[in-house]
Design a protein. Structure first.
Length: 462
């Protein structure tokens, strides 16, 4: 069944955490930071209920992923291959690989955005060189470390816990200085439509917030992470505890960012003024000073780097496992797949920096992949959860199956909305370029999550 790694006996809450913290770290990227900030700027606290709803679905799908990981004999792709044939498993693996590879460039740009405020003192001719050098060094360091470290899962788990702590610290200090309205936040948990809106243009940023929190791709990868940790059927309780804690961290940090923007930027600037996560830090500097800005940038870097690393591993592992070439991160196949994702993302990011414009065709292609890929992932999880041979203690509870079915329906709705966004993009006239070749102000940028926003503002940054 699973191949457990050497690990002390699970004791206490802390040892019940790990896999879902990694999931939170990959979802919390520059895209989710930018999207939640824009929602706070545009709607204040009133749309906090959208985040809560996405969090409930994410807990359910993550818990389902954890349960499948410890109850199935093989990995999810192995089980799909055995029950439906290898092409079905390859479709799942290739879908998530393509999404991860296409949006990895925005994780690279997210890392650059985190250090960008500190490059303003450099000569303009050196800024691009510094950005590209940063990406080259970072990618090379990750690749070298990945092939040189044994017991990769344990090291990544520790690193992600550290990065999540850094995010919480960096964003919480700014929240404290912003002094948000507790009553406003609580009131925002009551479902309501935006004032004077019948779900017209306002639905796009809200779908973006929902999609960057409810990440089916990340929940699917939870199946693999619990196996990497060495959990078995005896760890079902830990799996549920881990899922609740990890997604609570994800929702909590996102709410902190949204509340900070709502408290200090709502009514002051337009959402379109925020083009990147770095712009948020620059907007906060005059209000809170350079120290708070530095901490916020530190949080952005932690979010960008965690998504940068784990997103690439998700794509690499699923690619090779889909074709039956290994599904554990310490195996050579998944490592080579991860390298492909890393190099693809870095190359596109460097071209983007040099040309000064977003790779629109690549973004549209990645979004088209999500129209098929994300529902395929969700329905694959539901299919495996409802197999009649999962009996006794291996039976998936009815509430998880119901929530999984709701999650599947939501992915279909998001896929339809994404299709409409793609249609609008393809039919719209090409935006005029400024003299520098950059996109005109207001042109939509991608987000960094594995699941792109229905109408991107990602990929994350999905």
């Amino acid at each position: 069944m699973n191949e457990p790694t050497a690990e002390p006996k699970q004791r206490g809450l802390f040892r019940s955490l790990g896999p879902a913290i990694i999931i939170a770290s990959v979802v919390l990227g520059p895209g989710s930071i930018l999207t939640s900030s824009k929602v706070g700027v545009q709607f204040g606290y009133s749309m906090a209920w959208v985040l809560a709803a996405a969090g409930i679905l994410m807990v359910s799908m993550t818990a389902l992923g954890a349960r499948l990981g410890v109850t199935l004999e093989g990995t999810p792709c192995d089980e799909l291959a055995r029950r439906l044939g290898r092409p079905a498993a390859a479709l799942v693996g290739m879908s998530l690989f393509l999404i991860a590879a296409c949006f990895q460039f925005s994780n690279n740009l997210g890392v650059v955005a985190a250090v960008e405020p500190f490059l303003e003192s450099l000569d303009a001719s050196l800024v691009k060189t510094a950005k590209i050098g940063c990406l080259l060094v970072l990618n090379l360091l990750i690749i070298t470390t990945m092939f040189g470290v044994r017991g990769l899962y344990k090291q990544i788990e520790r690193l992600m816990m550290l990065l999540v702590f850094v995010m919480m610290l960096g964003f919480a200090v700014n929240l404290f200085m912003a002094r948000p309205s507790l009553g406003g936040i609580i009131g925002g948990l009551v479902p309501k439509l935006p004032k004077g809106d019948s779900l017209g243009e306002s639905i796009w940023p809200l779908l973006g917030l929902f999609a960057t929190t409810f990440s089916v791709g990340a929940a699917f990868y939870q199946c693999y992470l619990v196996r990497e940790k060495g959990w078995t059927i005896k760890h079902l309780k830990q799996g549920l505890t881990d899922s609740i804690a990890g997604v609570t961290v994800l929702v909590g940090i996102t709410l902190i960012i949204m509340a900070t923007s709502a408290a200090v930027l709502h009514g002051r600037i337009a959402p379109g003024d925020l083009k990147s996560a770095a712009d948020i830090a620059l907007q906060l500097e005059p209000l809170f000073g350079s120290f708070a800005m530095i901490l916020f940038c530190l949080g952005i870097f932690a979010g960008a780097f965690s998504s940068f690393l784990v997103n690439a591993m998700v794509g690499g592992v699923l690619l090779t496992d889909g074709f039956g070439l290994g599904g554990r991160m310490d195996q050579i196949g998944p490592k080579l797949g991860t390298v492909i994702v890393l190099l693809t993302g870095m190359s596109v990011a460097i071209v983007t920096i040099l040309r000064g414009e977003s790779p629109v065709n690549l973004i549209i292609f990645a979004q088209a992949i999500t129209v098929i890929g994300v529902p395929v992932l969700a329905f694959s999880m539901l299919f495996l959860a409802t197999r009649p041979d999962l009996t006794g203690e291996r039976t998936v509870p009815a509430w998880l199956k119901i929530m999984g079915a709701i999650g599947c329906l939501v992915t279909v709705v998001l896929a339809v909305k994404t299709s409409l966004a793609i249609r609008d993009k393809l039919s719209a006239p090409a935006p005029a370029k400024a003299a520098t070749g950059a996109l005109e102000p207001g042109a939509k940028q991608p987000i960094e999550s594995n699941e792109p926003v229905a109408a991107p503002a990602p990929t994350s940054e999905r």
